[in-house]
Design a binder for this molecule. Sequence first.
Ligand SMILES: [Zn+2]
Length: 494
Amino acid sequence: MKKRILSTILVIMVLVATVPLSTTNADIGVTSTNTTTVGDQNAKYIFYFIGDGLGAAQRQLAEYYLQTTTGDSSTKLLMNDLEYSAINTTHSANTLVTDSAAAGTALATGYKTNNGMISVLEDGSPVETLVEKAESIGMATGVATTTRITHATPAVFISHNADRDNESDIAADMLDSGVDYLVGGGVRHFLPQNFVDTQTDVFGSTIKSKRTDDRNLLSEFAALGYTVDYGLSGAENFENYNPKTGDQYVGLFAYSHMPYSIDVENQTEYDVPTLAEITEKGIELLSKDEDGFFFMIEAGRIDHACHPNDAAGTIMDTLALDDAIKEAYTFYEAHPDETLIVVVGDHETGGLGMGVNTDYFMNLQELSKVTVSIEDWMYGDVALEGNLDTIMSDAKTSFGIESFTDSEKAMLQSAITRRDAGIISEGNAYAYNEVAVAMTHIVSEHAGVYWTSFAHTGTQIPLSAIGVGAENYKGFLDNTDIEKITANLLGFDS
Ligand SMILES: [Zn+2]
């Protein structure tokens, strides 16, 4: 409670005490706390990578997987090899276990808020984000993700809303945000109600609207001068797009979230840009601004893989994030005195444990046989309707499991019985397909991986950084400190 009062007082003090030089977001009620001018910032090019659900175990599991599958025990993830590191807490204003809205708000604004809230304080008042700060001093800005662009983590950087579920309003906020590069999924919140398209998205899904009004935000973006791509044809255009100086770009390639990396790798029909390609194109566009850039890149589906306890899916999306960081690192190597790269998670998901029972080993090569995300699999015919024989047969190609022990067969049969009776077992809070849950736990146990939760956990999160000002991220931090350190590097007082 003390913290809450203090943060509220601080906001009032900041709002009263500063004279804004620029208020690009005046229409959504945010007052700039600008105390610097163009060119004064310490870090000219800032990459802010967020892995949703990226805890210490997720980072280490992906690295050990890489070492196991390459046979090179010295291989490291780039994110685990950056020069500076810190550890941070993630609790929100109202609970020790945060959601992505409150955690993202802390990382984007430096303020704690309640779960579910998008860059507003508990009383609903908006607080300025790092993207808005960067814009106010003339920097180019980018927001990219593998989730819907209106999902919590991207939303907290370029919108303000008391409820993360108001995604159509959040989409409209993004139109007013002035962001220069906006790429991800979730086109459904940008199209007018009753919209039906002849093309599909990158999944092959029908493109339709989730709005309840007639606004076509894609047309409105285009009217503002943005180059706009969406759906499957948009993804193809994106590949051939060569940004020019002054360009602004919107690319929304999926009806909802973008596909999991493991599915993109294994299913040829998914024609979708990777997070690395999205990062690379963003750098191309944003680096044309001579005032520098702030670029937030989220690997949002690590969290989605962790919720249903999908070990292989978690690893593949973490590796995809590392590939995206490599793009930023290449840019850093060309501009070492002006570039900062920060990599952090918003919270841990799944209570991921490395090691099972009394075993002092892991068998991570088992996960290299998995060819599908558990989320894709759980909606397929086999998981929805299969009997024990068809499920075990399918497991050979889907999960690389040639034979099941008697206790595993009993576990699967029990899950089939519950599925057919419509019974959800205790703890399966998101009501995942019972067979899929049993299967993913069997796959995990074969690899020596254990899960304690289907939700988020309150464990500490590792941060790593390199470049200009990276040495400031050190020790034991709160998640709000990360924004404050970054804002200081932009020349803002915290
Ligand atoms: Zn989550």
